[in-house]
Every structure is written in structure tokens, then in C-alpha cells.
Design a protein around this ligand. Structure first.
Ligand SMILES: C[S@@+](CC[C@H](N)C(=O)[O-])C[C@H]1O[C@@H](n2cnc3c(N)ncnc32)[C@H](O)[C@@H]1O
Length: 293
């Protein structure tokens, strides 16, 4: 989208956004709502004869830099709205992934700091290896999806399993968390079962016959980073439509994920409501919050 087409789309979007703020948000705009509306207002003050790209290119100093960044975010936002919420994995990848491996609106330092700087994020006083973004994303996803079974691969301190169980409880969901680790924590908690096992022998740890009894929807979280391809394949035949599969820290697992998704064309879509909630890929699960179709 360029030139007049972009200007028209931005105007239509601004009108819709003002309506949404009034109707759905009780008249309260978010920072991002205000940012986009202000950007559109400022862009509209530029030379009407020129495309915004050209006008902003000619602008110098801090204002030019700010408006170019605003324009880029506005364009990204409009394009994402046009694509819709659920998107095929291959549509998410940069044209040349090797050339642009960091396909995120959040820079590497900001994402690094989002797990905590002086300390690691905590839950119930235990280290929780999530980003601040993912803590909010999971809370919203659990509320919306209402998983009856959560399978976590990689327990860490155990905080993440307890935290998900707490989310289930406050959301009024009758669910259970199974958390697998080679060295599971010694924690007793209702609605959480810590399982000793190895992702390299996933079928021995979670036998098909046991899993067949676990109620759906499922939320499967791969956070052990071992035998990713084998684990994804193992869960594929057990997942049902509307189950979720989240592969954390997925930047290093792109190859395995691509092979997996290509093998099962049409079976998985990226839920961009969550991957992009705080900006494109503002999550550790780069392009890898999947819903099973
Ligand atoms: C990144 S941590 C998990 C963090 C936790 N899910 C959280 O969000 O706080 C990865 C965990 O995977 C476990 N792990 C490593 N190799 C494994 C394997 N082969 N099978 C199962 N778990 C493994 C480690 O012991 C470690 O606790």
C-alpha cells in the first residue's frame, strides 16, 4: 500500500479506531491508540501532493525520525489487520529468514530485559523464566482458550506450572497441568503433576493411552529445547482442533518448526493476536503460538 491508497486506509482506520475506543473501551484510549491517531494527524499535516514516504524521507531531525518510525508501525498495523488474526506460518517468515532473522518490533535488548534485569521474574517466590510480555499473553490466552489440560515440557523451578495452574483456578477452569522435566522439582500442588522424564523418549513419559484420557482443549508448551522435532511429531497426532501448541524460544528452532508445519500443511495457524499483541513477535515464541486446525 502506498501513496493515496495508504492515506485512505489510514483515514478509514482512524475512524474505526475512534469508534472502538468509544464503544469497547469506555472512551479510554491505550498508549498505542493515541500513538497511531497522533501519527496519522501529523502525517496529514504534510504536503498533500506527496506520498507520506516521500514527505517523511525529506524531514530531518528528531521529528523526521519519529514520523518515519510512526509510519512504519502504522503500515505494519494496517497490513496485519488486513491479513487477519490466524495466519499460515510461511506467511510470517521474512522473505529471506537468514537475512532478517530478528522479525520483531521489539529490539533484542528490550526482549532480553523483559525477563528481568537485576533478577529473574518470579512467581510465588520462585524463578519464572517467562518474559513480561509472555506473562500477559498466557493470562489472556488461558482465559480465552480455557484449556482443560496443559502439558509443559521443561519445568524449570516449577514456578511456570504453578503459575499456569493459578491462572486456571482464577479463571474458573477445571484443568490440570502436567509438567515434564529430567529433574522435576519436588513440589506438591493440586492440579499440577510434575513428571520425571526425558523429551528424547517422550512416548515413554506420556504414553498414548494415558493421554487419550486427558480432556481437551489442550495447551502444549515446548520449553525444554530438546528433541523438538520428535516432540512436535509425537503431539501432532494427539492434538485436536482448537488445541494450542506454543514453542518457546523459537528463534533457534525455526528449522524444526518449518519442517513440522510444512509436513502438516493446513493443520496449524499462527495466532497473531498473541504473537503480536505488544508488537510483532513481542514474545519468546516468535511466530510459534499455534492453533491446531
Ligand atoms: C527453560 S527451562 C524451563 C523453564 C520453565 N518452563 C519456565 O517457564 O520457568 C528448561 C528446562 O528443561 C529441562 N530439560 C532439559 N533437557 C530436558 C529433556 N531432555 N527432557 C525434559 N526436560 C529437559 C531442564 O531441566 C530445564 O528445567
Amino acid at each position: 500500500m502506498n501513496g493515496d491508497e495508504l492515506k485512505l486506509a489510514a483515514e478509514t482506520f482512524a475512524q474505526e479506531l475512534r469508534g472502538k475506543i468509544e464503544r469497547e473501551q469506555g472512551g479510554v484510549a491505550t498508549f498505542f491508540n493515541n500513538f497511531l491517531l497522533r501519527t496519522i494527524r501529523e502525517l496529514n499535516r504534510l504536503d498533500p501532493a506527496l506520498p507520506w514516504e516521500e514527505s517523511t524521507r525529506r524531514l530531518g531531525g528528531v521529528t523526521g525520525e519519529r514520523l518515519r518510525r510512526g509510519l512504519a508501525l502504522l503500515r505494519g498495523h494496517l497490513a496485519a489487520r488486513a491479513r487477519g488474526r490466524f495466519v499460515a506460518y510461511h506467511e510470517r517468515l521474512p522473505v529471506i529468514p537468514e537475512a532478517a532473522p530478528w522479525a520483531s518490533d521489539i529490539d533484542q535488548a528490550a526482549l532480553a530485559m523483559s525477563q528481568g534485569t537485576t533478577d529473574c521474574l518470579q512467581w510465588r517466590g520462585m524463578p519464572l523464566f517467562k518474559t513480561a510480555f509472555d506473562m500477559s499473553i498466557y493470562a489472556m490466552l488461558v482465559w480465552e482458550q480455557k484449556p482443560r489440560t496443559v502439558i509443559e515440557l521443561g519445568s524449570g523451578s516449577g514456578a511456570s506450572a504453578l503459575w499456569i495452574a493459578d491462572l486456571l483456578a482464577v479463571s474458573g477452569i477445571d484443568g490440570h497441568v502436567y509438567s515434564l522435566d529430567v529433574q522435576p522439582p519436588e513440589i506438591e500442588c493440586p492440579h499440577v503433576t510434575f513428571v520425571a522424564g526425558d523429551c528424547r523418549r517422550i512416548e515413554a513419559t506420556f504414553p498414548a493411552a494415558s493421554m487419550a484420557r486427558w480432556p481437551h482443549p489442550w495447551l502444549v508448551i515446548e520449553d525444554a529445547h530438546v528433541n523438538v522435532a520428535g516432540v512436535l511429531d509425537y503431539f501432532h497426532t494427539r492434538l485436536q482442533p482448537d488445541d494450542y501448541l506454543i514453542v518457546e524460544d523459537s528463534l533457534q528452532k525455526r528449522k524444526e518448526i518449518s519442517v513440522f508445519v510444512n509436513k502438516h500443511t493446513g493443520s496449524y495457524e499462527v495466532d497473531t493476536r498473541y504473537t503480536d499483541f505488544f508488537g510483532r513477535n513481542a514474545t519468546c515464541a516468535f511466530d510459534s503460538i499455534f492453533v491446531r486446525r
